[in-house]
Design a binder for this molecule. Structure first.
Ligand SMILES: Nc1nc2c(ncn2[C@@H]2O[C@H](COP(=O)(O)OP(=O)(O)OP(=O)(O)O)[C@@H](O)[C@H]2O)c(=O)[nH]1
Ligand SMILES: [Mg+2]
Length: 421
């Protein structure tokens, strides 16, 4: 089965909770706090695998979670970090945010780690909260809790050259003689049902050729296999347009040329505008070279034309050379520009104040969430630490400006506090 799109769910690990613990030693009645910090949650990382060529594995497993960080421990021991989760994908896979459909990553390079989601930070242990006035804090911070995100993976194959043409003209045969690929070849239409990639060697150089299912007139309206596979050659730098010059199937070669280009235009103007080399294949089947001359005359030097017989391997080296010389002139492929994605841009400064009723105000935002992690409502020290942070960072002043008076209610998440300074 060939799968080129998949929807999956990814989640980075939560941060571990900070520990609450106190030193206990012989002869020391009340040792100081020694609760260690929680460990960081694992990241979700995408990595390009050379050995994959489609997304079929994502048909069966769709949920991916990195490990959570462990809790902090006594004796100031920090919790272990959660393990990162590495997801292998074929080269050229793009990732879209399911909600916005925006491209958030182009997994283009081998040997590069693409960190899509960052693990949650661990919470601080109670040792962290010790201060001259707070000798024995009985609270710690919980770890950051991460969200699950849904993303769409789409394979946009990376190849330098795309082979296009009607069915049965010999595209796959050509790929099999120029490269290491072993595609299926047969004397009927639509032998090739999914894209094939092959690496072509030319002296010390190499380039990648993609063979896709044949196109027919009306492909843009879904005739034959339609346009579905053209996306796999969208990133190519040039096209090799294969035409059966011997008219095995009774069509006129020049008309084939026109029809395919028309279909390309309907699909994507950029693709239609790529440089094209015309390969007149099955030259072994023609007796009179007049058809070749006529074809060349009609396309009027718009493209380079190379005559070959894929099956007899005639003129194949010349073709490879022509393709390489053309490729050398073209700019290298580059990854798609992606929108910076907001998944792991943690807001640690946001403060929002909303009046919800006459005497009730709700405060929220990244800053508030961050400092309210793990406040123990019924622990006096924990609360006073929290209020102190609110005061030092100007939140209390902001509340005053909004008209908050003593005795009003301040709501943070699900908890209501009475405002008294
Ligand atoms: N005589 C001759 N036959 C060829 C040549 N190249 C390919 N063929 C034959 O043409 C038929 C189709 O070849 P394929 O390579 O499967 O054609 P294709 O363009 O990939 O076809 P689809 O995958 O159906 O689009 C097969 O029977 C090949 O043996 C050639 O140079 N000369
Ligand atoms: Mg084929």
């Amino acid at each position: 089965m060939f799968v080129d799109t998949a929807r999956i769910y990814i989640k980075a690990g939560n941060g571990g909770k900070g520990a609450i613990s106190f030193r206990r030693e012989k002869g020391i009645a009340n040792g100081g706090p020694n609760g260690g910090n929680g460990g960081k949650g694992g990241d979700v990382i995408f990595r390009v695998s050379k050995d994959m060529n489609n997304l079929v594995s994502f048909k069966y497993s769709t949920h991916f979670k990195a490990e959570n960080g462990e809790q902090g421990q006594k004796n100031n021991k920090n919790g272990k970090s959660g393990q990162d989760l590495i997801i292998s994908v074929p080269q050229g896979t793009i990732v879209r945010d399911f909600e916005t459909k925006k491209i958030i990553a182009d997994l283009f390079y081998l040997d590069k780690d693409y960190v899509l989601l960052k693990g949650g930070e661990g919470g601080k242990g109670n040792a962290f909260f010790k201060s001259p006035t707070r000798q024995a804090p009985h609270f710690s911070q919980t770890g950051e809790v991460t969200k699950e995100h849904s993303v769409i993976l789409e394979l946009k194959t990376l190849a330098d050259v795309g082979l296009i043409g009607f069915p049965n003209v010999g595209k796959s045969t050509l790929l099999s003689v120029v490269s290491n690929a072993k595609p299926k070849i047969a004397n009927y239409h639509f032998t090739t049902l999914t894209p094939n990639l092959g690496v072509v060697k030319y002296y010390e150089h190499s380039f990648v050729v993609a063979d896709i299912p044949g196109l027919i007139e009306g492909a843009s309206e879904g005739q034959g296999l339609g346009h579905e596979f053209l996306k796999h050659i969208e990133r190519t730098r040039m096209l090799v347009h294969v035409i059966d010059i011997s008219s095995t199937d009774g069509r006129d070669p020049y008309n084939d040329y026109l029809v395919i280009n028309e279909e390309l235009k309907k699909f994507n103007k950029t693709l239609a505008g790529l440089p094209q080399i015309i390969v007149l294949n099955k030259i072994d089947r023609i007796r009179d070279y007049f058809v070749v001359d006529e074809f060349k005359h009609r396309i009027n030097k718009k493209h380079k034309v190379v005559c070959v017989s894929a099956i007899c391997r005639d003129n194949i080296q010349e073709l490879i050379k022509t393709i390489w010389q053309e490729l050398e002139k073209l700019p290298a492929q580059v990854p798609i520009d992606v929108e910076e994605f907001g998944f792991d841009k943690k807001d640690k400064t946001g403060i929002e104040i909303k009046k919800v009723s006459n005497d009730t105000y709700e405060i929220s935002g990244g800053f508030i969430e961050n400092i309210s992690r793990g406040i123990v409502v019924n622990d006096y020290e924990s609360l006073s630490y929290f209020w102190k942070r609110l005061k030092n960072d100007g939140v209390i002043d902001m509340l005053r400006e909004k008209g908050v008076k003593d005795g009003d209610t301040i709501r943070i998440g699900k908890v209501d506090f009475e405002f008294v300074e």
